[in-house]
Structures are given as structure tokens and as C-alpha cells.
Design a protein around this ligand. Sequence first.
Ligand code: COA
Length: 387
Amino acid sequence: MKRYAHITGWGKYAPEKILTNDDLSQMVDTSDEWIRTRTGIKTRHIVGEGETTATMSVRAAQAALDVANVTPDQIELIIVATSSPDYLTPSTACLVQNSLGAMRAGAFDLAAGCSGFVYGLGVASALIESGVYDTVLVIGAETVSNFVNWSDRETCVLFGDGAGAVVLQAKEVPGGVLSFVLGADGSGAELLYVPAGGTRQPTSAETVAQGLHFLRMNGRAVFRFAVNIMPRASRQVCEQAGLSLDDIELFIPHQANDRILQASARALNIPTERMFSNLEHYGNTSAASVPIALCEAIEAGLIKRGDHLVMVGFGAGLTWAAAAIQWSMPWPVPGRPWWRKLLRWLYYRWASLRSWTLRVLRGFDSTLRQSEEESQPPKQEKEDAMK
Ligand code: COA
């Protein structure tokens, strides 16, 4: 029996703190007028104290699991698409796995810049269709604000923080992810990159002094790449799914710049209303932008059961990705009884207690081993005693 990967749950999280264009004009030489007319952005969300890519991922994932009516122990794989992980190692996905108490799940991060979420969707759907997994959680989450140079007006006005997540599940009903396209062109690696902090230029006092740990971008070149690749990838993914552009009720593109969205709509010969945009409230949230946009399009009642969607992204790498989807979920989602919410809440409390207990036990274990080793006579003494 053929299997199809359906999106059965979705959720988003954006930090409370909002940074307006006027706020930015107090920080760098810019203006609300310049930012709005060149990008379409009015505000963006910025992480507060204690918020990270992992904590935002968990909030978005919990919302998605709730919609899908899936418990964390049903998840078999967690993919976190991010270029701003909590640590270089371990992966943010492992931190999410721990916080959710998803004990049966494998977990890994996926770094494909702003295309990351759509890349993750493609990978997850292939693993589901091939029968490897039944339930996969795909998250796009970013704390770009930690990598932005807040004195560089060319980049700092563009980005924001947030997270979005979907639950993908195997079903035998046709629909869900119909096709996907993944692409890369590493010759453009240095058009959008963080020069230092990796193995090529490890972090040092010098790299920090030179600001090499901040995001650098050639805006014009990225713009040209984006307006070319978005329509191309959209056409290709429709072709693969056997759909025409007219069959697509809504395009959910990566939210980078309104002018890119409009140029892509013109190139595809579709009205701009079919190119969803929420850019003005979020700015570019990188890998989080497509899943956040998906959630907002659903909440706005723009997606009905049976509709065809194209999600399309581009970004650092250079990378691009598109997925054609037939939507199969009702909206609004049927309400969950209060006791189910309580059970979920208890489960997450239990997961954090379990995690804390394991850490404490590991601490005890290593202290015990250390004191045991200290109480043993040194190796040389032992050997002498045996002679
Ligand atoms: N406020 C005021 N002026 C600014 C500014 C800002 N925030 N940022 C740049 N400028 C200035 C430039 O210094 C330049 O001044 P000059 O003419 O005196 O040299 C002028 O505005 C025009 O700069 P330019 O780079 O040509 O602007 P643009 O119309 O190309 O818009 C971007 C710049 C970054 C908005 C646009 O190129 C873009 O969106 N690129 C794609 C970026 C992207 O999507 N990145 C993420 C990919 S995932």
C-alpha cells in the first residue's frame, strides 16, 4: 500500500519582544520609510532573557503536537532546521528531544539556511513514504538576532527571531507532500555567511575584534538569486507533482523581502494575493519563516482541505527548496478536552523532572567513580606491592 506524508499538526512561536523600524532608527542610520519601502518589514520579534532556538522550538513543537493530537513518545524523528543553534554541538534537535520527552525519537539539526525547513519537509516526507518512520516532527527555528551586527544597517533591519513546527504522519490517503525539490550552489557560499566561529576561522580575540562572528551579506546578489530561483523551483516542484501553477491555491514563500515576493509572483504570472506574506510583522526569520507563515495562513482561513500549496525557500549556501502539498486537515481544528491538555502539561513536567534526575544521577555517578579512583593506591605503588 502506498504511503503519503501528511501535515497533521502545526504550531509557531514568536518572542514577546518587538523591535520596530523606529526603534532601529535610534540604533543605526536608517528610517522606517527606507525599511518599509525597500523590504516591506515594519516590526520583528527578538528573543528575551532565557529564550534560545531550542526553547522557541519546544514551544512551536508543543503547539504542533497538540493540533496533531500526537504525544511526544509517538515521535520517531525530530529535525530542527536552523543556522543559529544553541551550541555548535550537540544539536538543538537533541535539546528539543529532551524537553519534549520524545524518548523514542532520533534527532538531528539540518543546516540549509533559510531553505532549511522546506529541506526538512522533503527529507521527512521521503522517510515516511519509504516506510522508515510514521511520525516525524520538523521544526524551523532561528535566533538570528544573536548573529546580527546591530551596527550594520544593511543586515540588522532585515532579520527577526521565531520558530515554527509541523508534525508529518504516514497515511494511506493520497495527498500531503506530493513532490519536493532541493537545490544548492556552494559557489555562492560567501554571499551570505558568518566568516568565523567554524573550523576555517576558529573564534579568537582577533576574529571577535574584527566582527567576523557576525552575519555578512551581499544583499544585491542575494536579491538577484532569489528572484530567479523562487519561480524556477516553484515551477519545477509543480511539474514533478503533475500540477499547473493555476492548481496552486496558495504559495507560502520564504519571507525575506516583499519586493522578492512581488517579483516572484510576476514571474509566475499569479496575483500577489496568492503569494502569502506576513513579512511586515516578523522580518526574515530564516528557517522559521515558512512554518510561521504556514500557521498564519491557516489561522487566517486561507487554506482549506483539498487545497494545493507550494512552499518555497532560498537562502545561505546558496540553497533553495520547494514542496508541493495537498492539504488534508480541517480548520478550525476540533477543540481538545481539558483533561487532554492537563495530561500534556503533566507529561512535559515529567519530561523535565526526568531530565533533571538523569543529570543529577550522572553527577553522582562521576563523583563516586572519582572518589573510588582516588581511594585506590596509585598504579606504580600497586605494581611495586605485587613484586
Ligand atoms: N537604511 C538606510 N539606507 C540603507 C540601509 C538601511 N537599513 N541599508 C542600505 N542602505 C543604503 C545603502 O548604503 C545604499 O546607499 P548608497 O546608494 O549611498 O550606497 C542604498 O541604501 C541602496 O542600497 P542597496 O543595497 O542598493 O539597496 P537595495 O535596494 O538593494 O536593498 C536589501 C537592500 C538588503 C534590502 C536588498 O538587497 C535585499 O533584500 N536583498 C536580499 C537580502 C535577503 O533576502 N537576504 C536573506 C536571504 S535568506
